[in-house]
Design a protein around this ligand. Structure first.
Ligand SMILES: [Zn+2]
Ligand SMILES: [Zn+2]
Length: 190
């Protein structure tokens, strides 16, 4: 445990485990205007679409603050090479299934999805939430589509970098580019 103080809220957190203060991150996600976009929103009228889509479990939205707090605490950051964005991934927030998948051309879900994904998770305006398959994600990590967040570039520092920059919260002026994949990738549950 490498405890550092959040530069924004002063709360201590484990800098070796978190690239971003979990309290601030959860609060920021909760305040994002369109965190649940219509495509993934179970409250939006379900018409059949010509492409696959996933929708969020309705009860998850009732406890959104607690869900986001748990995700910020337990999830992991990845750089998505294809979409060129930071994605934050959590296995079953609060122990619940976060969503279901609906095949193209159908209105009915046909499988549960265990992963809560927050795309553009570092953006106060663009962060958005959806459910996706964790086994597929793990396979994509193996082939380099997703790369885990790396460590701070400041000499001797073992904190994780803040997504989007080379330094941790203690070293905002650390040199270089964001460093990926220089720490052990997280062990993945199912
Ligand atoms: Zn904070
Ligand atoms: Zn550092």
């Amino acid at each position: 445990m490498r405890e550092i103080a959040c530069p924004e809220c002063r709360a201590p957190y484990d800098g070796g485990r978190h690239g971003w203060c979990p309290d601030c991150l959860a609060a920021r996600w909760l305040a994002t205007p369109e965190l649940i976009r219509p495509k993934h929103d179970p409250r939006v009228a379900a018409e059949a679409r010509d492409r696959y889509r996933s929708i969020v479990t309705p009860s998850l939205l009732d406890d959104l603050a607690a869900v986001l707090a748990d995700a910020a605490e337990r999830g992991w950051w990845f750089w998505d090479r294809d979409y060129e964005m930071w994605v934050h991934v959590t296995d079953r927030p609060l122990g619940r299934t976060p969503g279901v998948g609906i095949p193209a051309g159908s209105r009915e879900p046909d499988h549960a999805l265990a992963g809560l994904f927050i795309a553009e998770a570092d953006s106060a305006s663009q962060a958005h939430l959806f459910a996706a398959d964790l086994e597929r994600h793990a396979a994509q990590v193996k082939v380099g589509v997703f790369t885990p967040l790396g460590a701070c570039s400041s000499a001797g520092c073992r904190n994780l970098a803040r997504p989007g920059g080379p330094g941790c919260a203690e070293h905002p002026d650390a040199p270089g580019e964001t460093i990926l994949q220089n720490v052990e990738p997280p062990a993945r549950g199912r």
